[in-house]
Design a protein around this ligand. Structure first.
Ligand code: CAA
Length: 260
């Protein structure tokens, strides 16, 4: 276990769990907390044993947003820099060469909803709450909310959530496609780990190529996306995992992937 001032990083086999750990402030993101998340994600990136990362929060919140006390006195340039710090860290998570699951245990508001959205997908506890309440503070979302929310739930729903600052519960988040599953609070981490283990049991080069292809494809036109997919599909045939995965099918046994 690695313990940074505001973040815990634990490893269970091929699964890493990053817990934002500043429960007194409902895990609100100040610059130090963002920098700790950044460091922990770098550790996960560098650790060849880790196949899947789960991000969650300590206590009753996932993350209740960027730290309002920290932001209140900022000037325009400082505000811009603080937005770009969160954007950079969240983009690092989004483009991490390993799948990332958000296990949303409670409040995921503002920067917390944005943290959940930069993960590959979201599993919510039935106690989770989501929203982009920034306009109630006189600001816009600043860590990618105006960009990722409409891509995930559609423009109309994203605009309504951002303009009204409404907080929605886990079942409404499920209905609009913001989360993939809602599970009882005390089953959240077991469920997230079960999904992570299933992913870790597959060919990891192929899993990572899926992430790259989907991420690229979401930002480009279909023809470029298809070419990118064909390139990665072709490259799979240079891996031992492809030979093993198909041989195991033919031999009617379970594959033993090596991530090579
Ligand atoms: N920043 C700083 N401190 C925060 C915080 C935040 N975003 N959210 C909660 N806290 C602090 C509270 O100030 C309180 O501290 P004290 O005990 O020292 O008073 C502590 O955490 C516990 O919070 P509450 O007493 O408010 O807990 P509650 O259960 O009554 O309410 C809540 C929970 C509804 C989440 C409420 O705390 C809340 O509304 N928080 C702010 C949510 C928000 O507006 N988030 C968006 C921030 S802006 C942003 O994120 C911009 C961006 O996109 C980058």
């Amino acid at each position: 276990m690695v313990e940074l001032a505001n973040v815990l990083l634990e490893k269970e086999g091929n699964i890493a769990v990053l817990t934002v750990n500043r429960p007194k402030a409902l895990n609100a993101l100040n610059a130090d907390t963002l920098n700790d998340i950044d460091k922990a994600v770098d550790m996960v990136a560098a650790d060849a044993e880790v196949d899947v990362l789960i991000i969650t929060g300590a206590g009753k919140a996932f993350v209740a947003g960027a730290d309002i006390t920290f932001m209140q006195p900022l000037n325009a340039m400082e505000g811009r820099a603080f937005g770009m710090l969160g954007q950079r860290v969240f983009r690092k998570i989004e483009t991490l060469d390993k799948p990332v699951i958000a296990a949303v245990n409670g409040f995921a508001l503002g920067g917390g909803c944005e943290l959940a959205m930069c993960c590959d997908f979201r599993i919510a506890s039935d106690a989770a709450k989501f929203g982009q309440p920034e306009v109630g503070l006189g600001i816009t979302p600043g860590y990618g909310g105006t960009q990722r929310l409409p891509r995930l739930v559609g423009e109309g729903m994203a605009k309504e959530l951002c303009y009204t600052a409404d907080i929605i519960d886990a079942n409404e988040a499920l209905r609009i496609g913001l989360v993939n599953h809602v599970v009882p609070a005390d089953e959240l981490m077991d469920y997230a780990k079960k999904v992570a283990k299933k992913i870790a049991s597959k060919g990891q080069i192929a899993v990572r190529f899926c992430k790259k292809a989907i991420n690229e494809g979401m930002q480009t036109d279909i023809d470029r996306g298809m070419t990118f997919e064909a390139d990665l599909f072709g490259l799979c045939f240079a891996t031992e995992d492809q030979k093993e995965g198909m041989k195991a099918f033919i031999d009617k046994r379970k594959p033993e992937f090596k991530g090579k």
